[in-house]
Design a protein around this ligand. Structure first.
Ligand code: ADP
Length: 633
């Protein structure tokens, strides 16, 4: 298809743009992705405007008119997703597709919103929540429920549901477009306060400016693999980065939250008012307040809309050095994990390293799978590369043939200290694993992934991981992200299970492990072709099977795509589903009409329960997700 001339905006013009330093790379990435797209750029709605459940198109439009009058803003403050609004997947750096999940795993219209509202302020958010509570309908259980609202910050949570509402016809609150101020940047306290629309790219640029004014204490941000996401949105979804401040929720400090009744709450020391109407001077200093801690209730949550959030920033270390280690055999996996554990527990490793399978050396080149296929006659969407093909292709790339690649970074006072640390780490691995090889950035070409990794591990946001999507045409991905203890035997068991299920369902396995001293996030990225209904169906079946099989071994996901949340939530079933029941009790108390993100994290408000909204292990056809009475979980 001809590459559309969608402009790549820069941050100077658009809150969601690319930093000027990445403009050329962003344009190239976009062109490569579009050259691999065979689907039309936009899709016409077959179902027209889908109002929230229980409402007619007329009653919904009348309610929206009432809100328009109340907000008294420009016409584009509310977008009604009627026939005139096409479904556009776009790409990562566009204004995200707020109409649906751009990485659809089934019919894109099944997760479409009825409208998108772009609040300008906390007061707007409060007014919208109160409006949603005023317009009630009743479900099958005759309980009153309001209009379902789904807050997003940037909506770039691709692989986990993007900007889609869980309930078809839900209303999306796109907070980022009009609320993207860095409210505070405190160089001395090394902290910031941001609104939902502040991206890692934007915060990074602001911190660079601050650093010019305080060269004696330069600061770093922490960024995930891609820099276009919302700092706040990623943290509330408990996303991670790779510097020592990589646990984003753990490094937050203070939130302001609109509750489901429209009232406001501040967490941490912000609960204590400062003098003369000012904020508490300790708000970004101490995460807690007094009494039971509530801030965790607002992560992966449907209990509040976070309108501003504080974060700690890391004082830049004088020196840092990224490197990688390669290991020759597939079977080295458990031994690698055994070596990492004590090194991480003792604080020898500077950051949370990533352990990747060598197949990722192939896909991060941005080339399609079929370029690596030795036997072109085997080109078939259901046939992953064979181990022989992976190793043959890897041997032609910069790291050479190997099985596993460990990407690490050390931070310290001098380059000499870092070199000594890396030598110690290398010998710890080498003494347990024959054939361990150290590779430093100067050993590989400038376009090798190690250089992108080095930037991310120094808090510099980049775009490089988008290249994976070229593996198949119309590439999209789903993340499967279980947690396991950092123990060789557990890691092996988990990996074998996931590998077997990938083989059965016909997908290449792309494991990335973020390994800490006691736990590891095993993140497998299922890359599929959005135009291939069979591939989407297989991806869903694979997810369902992995969730069930891992739970049976005691491994659960830390985060998931919204269509798999019910199944995941119900694997945390200890004590007769005690956790889910507690979540529901809180949900019902705080949000009695279930206006806020019903179904998020598998938690359904009272007014929806018993109607069959939940999607369980047998729900592999996600083209229809409307309630049915017999959900098997
Ligand atoms: P990003 O663009 O950083 O990847 P999103 O904006 O997509 O992140 O947010 C990730 C998820 O977190 C959303 O799907 C939503 O469920 C939740 N979320 C995002 N912003 C807020 C917010 N301001 N308040 C409450 N929940 C939010």
């Amino acid at each position: 298809m001809p590459i559309p001339t969608i402009k790549v905006d820069t941050l100077d013009h658009a809150y969601n743009g690319a930093p000027p330093r990445l403009l050329a790379e962003a344009t190239e990435t976009r062109n490569r992705l579009y050259s691999n797209r065979t689907l039309p750029l936009s899709m016409t709605r077959r179902r027209g405007l889908q109002p929230p459940p229980g409402m007619t198109v007329e009653s919904f439009l009348a309610a929206v008119d009432e809100l328009r009058r109340e907000l008294n803003g420009p016409a584009d403050l509310i977008q009604i997703n009627n026939d005139a609004v096409e479904l556009v997947d776009g790409w990562y750096l566009d204004k995200p597709a707020t109409t649906h999940d751009a990485f659809h795993v089934a019919d894109p219209e099944n997760l479409a919103s009825s409208a998108v509202i772009f609040p300008r302020s906390t007061a707007d958010v409060q007014a919208i929540v109160r409006w949603a509570n005023r317009h009630t309908t009743t479900g099958a259980g005759k309980k009153k429920r309001g209009i379902p609202l789904y807050p997003i910050s940037m909506g770039r949570n691709l692989g986990y549901g993007g900007a889609a509402p869980r309930v078809p016809g839900g209303v999306v609150l796109d907070l980022g477009r009009n609320m993207h101020q860095i409210v505070n940047l405190d160089g001395a306290n090394a902290s910031c306060v941001v609104q939902p629309g502040v991206t890692y790219f934007a915060l990074y640029e602001a911190v660079q400016k601050l650093n010019e004014s305080q060269p004696e204490q330069p600061l770093w941000i922490d960024t995930p693999d891609l820099g276009g996401g919302s700092v706040l949105g990623n943290a509330v979804d408990r996303g991670v980065g790779y510097t020592p401040y990589g646990d984003h929720f753990a490094n937050h400090c203070g939130m302001e939250v609109v509750l489901p009744d429209g009232s406001l709450l501040r967490t941490g020391m912000g609960a204590l008012p400062g003098p003369d109407g000012a904020d508490s001077p300790a708000w970004q200093s101490f995460q807690h307040s007094f009494g039971p801690a509530v801030h965790g209730l607002f992560s992966q949550s449907s209990l509040g809309i976070v309108v501003q959030m504080g974060f700690h920033l890391m004082p830049a270390p004088p020196a840092h050095q990224s490197y990688c280690l390669t290991f020759p055999r597939e079977d080295d996996f458990a031994a690698i994990v055994e070596v990492i554990r004590p090194l991480a527990q003792r604080g020898v490793l500077g950051n949370i390293p990533q352990l990747r399978h060598v197949v990722q050396e192939l896909n991060v080149t941005g080339q399609p799978r079929e370029t690596f296929r030795a036997d072109k006659a085997r080109a078939d969407p259901t046939k992953p590369l064979t181990a022989e093909e992976v190793h043959a292709a890897a041997s032609r790339l910069a790291l050479g043939d190997c099985a596993w690649v460990f990407y690490g970074t050390q931070y310290g006072a001098t380059q000499q200290a870092l070199d000594d640390q890396i030598a110690d780490i290398t010998s710890a691995f080498a003494s347990a694993i024959p054939g361990t090889r150290l590779v430093r950035p100067e050993d590989v070409p400038t376009d090798h992934y190690l250089h992108a990794r080095a930037l991310v591990c120094a808090g510099v946001p980049v775009l490089r991981e988008l290249d994976w999507l070229n593996w198949v045409p119309n590439g999209a991905h789903l993340f499967f992200s279980p947690i396991a203890p950092t123990r060789g035997a557990d890691a092996r068991a988990l990996h074998d299970l996931i590998k077997q299920l990938h083989v059965e369902h016909g997908f290449d396995l792309f494991p990335t492990l973020c390994v800490a001293g006691r736990e590891m996030h095993y993140i497998s990225n299922i890359v599929y072709d959005r135009a291939d209904a069979d591939a989407k169906q297989r991806a869903v079946r694979l997810m369902r099977a992995m969730i069930a099989a891992c739970a049976a071994r005691g491994f659960g996901e830390y985060r998931t795509h919204l269509l798999f949340a019910d199944q995941v939530a119900r694997t945390y079933s200890w004590g007769g589903q005690a956790l889910l029941r507690f979540h529901e009790t809180i949900k019902d108390a705080v949000d009695p009409q279930g206006v806020l993100a019903p179904g998020r994290s598998g938690i359904w408000p009272d007014a929806y329960r018993g109607e069959g909204w939940e999607l369980g292990v047998d729900d592999v056809d996600l083209n229809v997700i409307q309630p049915k009475q017999s959900a098997k979980l």
